[in-house]
Ligand binder design. Sequence first.
Ligand SMILES: Cc1cc2nc3c(=O)[nH]c(=O)nc-3n(C[C@H](O)[C@H](O)[C@H](O)COP(=O)(O)OP(=O)(O)OC[C@H]3O[C@@H](n4cnc5c(N)ncnc54)[C@H](O)[C@@H]3O)c2cc1C
Length: 153
Amino acid sequence: MRTIVVGGGVVGVTTAYYLFKEGHEVVVVDKATKVGAEATAVNAGLIAPGHCFAWASPAAPKMLVKSLFGEKTSIRVKPTLNPRFLWWGLQFMRECTTERAAINTLAKMHLCDYSQTKLDEIALAEGLTTKVSTKVCCTYIATWQNLNLVWAR
Ligand SMILES: Cc1cc2nc3c(=O)[nH]c(=O)nc-3n(C[C@H](O)[C@H](O)[C@H](O)COP(=O)(O)OP(=O)(O)OC[C@H]3O[C@@H](n4cnc5c(N)ncnc54)[C@H](O)[C@@H]3O)c2cc1C
């Protein structure tokens, strides 16, 4: 089957890689003139399971309000009346409860684990082991209480 993947960042290229491995004919299309030109080009290249706490947390709304008054916060918004932004903002706010943040953090932790496994798998299959560091980047959050402290900051 011929499959078109739209977007040649890390997600698109990895999707294309696995589709190709399964025997599909794959075409990656991108609006830019080269692959990996956007978020993928600037990331720090870390898979950091210990840094997987959800950005949408009980601390986020306060940070967003502070950012409106020019304070330098981890999460910043540039308000606009664009309906898509307003819809996204509403959904983001609904995830800012302690319960949702815990669920999302756990999901991100599992995703980190999965990503690390896949990265190792690709590195081994393609002989990239010298270019991929296996050092684990970890910030320990030992208990849910500590996690709440992180969110409270
Ligand atoms: C400063 C920074 C540091 C980061 N550090 C880390 C890190 O250390 N670890 C980590 O795990 N994550 C990190 N991230 C997040 C990570 O970079 C992104 O989650 C990841 O790159 C997203 O990949 P993507 O393929 O979804 O998106 P992108 O890399 O943005 O790729 C999307 C592609 O789609 C193309 N595209 C968009 N619209 C269209 C269209 N209409 N038609 C055709 N093509 C289109 C774009 O040109 C682009 O090439 C960081 C992000 C930033 C900004």
